[in-house]
Design a protein around this ligand. Sequence first.
Ligand SMILES: [Zn+2]
Length: 279
Amino acid sequence: MAGPQKKIIDFHVHLAQYEPFSDSAYEFYLKSYPSADAYKAFRDKYKNPVEFTGLMDESGVDYAVLLAEVAPLTTGIATNEMIAAFCRGNPRLIPFCTFNPQLDANMGKSLEDLCVKQGFKGLKLYPTYNHFYPNDPAIYPLYAAAERLSIPVLFHTGSSVFKNSRIKYGNPILFDDVAVDFPDLTIIMAHGGRGPWYGEAMAMVRLHANVYIDAAGLPPQKLLEYFPEMERFAHKFVFGTDWPGADMKRNIEKIGKLPLAREAVDKILGENALRILGL
Ligand SMILES: [Zn+2]
């Protein structure tokens, strides 16, 4: 291969172990293992960040974004504290905090504390899991803080297999308000409106300079079917796997095999994320 190896960033990684998992999340992950013991051995191994960075090395991933998740109704709980502890002292692990608007007050102030004092680099929100509309004015003080602090916000959009997820909160069109009202806020739509709304997600990307798509949780070989304009808008896509729901190495290989220009692949696999994260 010509030229220096470009950096690869997995923009969408969950902890292997939640405390606790919801029943539906546990059962979903368990299906990929021959037994409950085998699944437990996997979780025990990868709740150790040293083991996880070893897997990143084997997979060719330079940086991983680790996502907090407080969604007891749907998936379970990976607190901001759990993410901070997992990423501590390792600059290759990039911590994103979360809030559940149903549980947290003063989210703008809390975001500032988490980012300035504890080193969180981004925010993940789960409208479909926590049952709120992302353009609800009640969330706006949080967006104002994120915009002021230059903290990117990753949102779950589209469908999910987990029980109690409500898809109506995951329509990409809802981000039109947020993108207009916060023009300097970086908005990343995870899963690009998965299921019914790939076209809507693409419309947001086309309309708004500050809106991106994280292609996590989608089969890479289908991406051009879902987003026929992916090459032209390669500067607006970031690569993510939704690990442990998907294999990092295999997904990178599949993206590399798409009929896209090398420059487009480099942007998607790493360059855009480096820019968004200020690395
Ligand atoms: Zn995810």
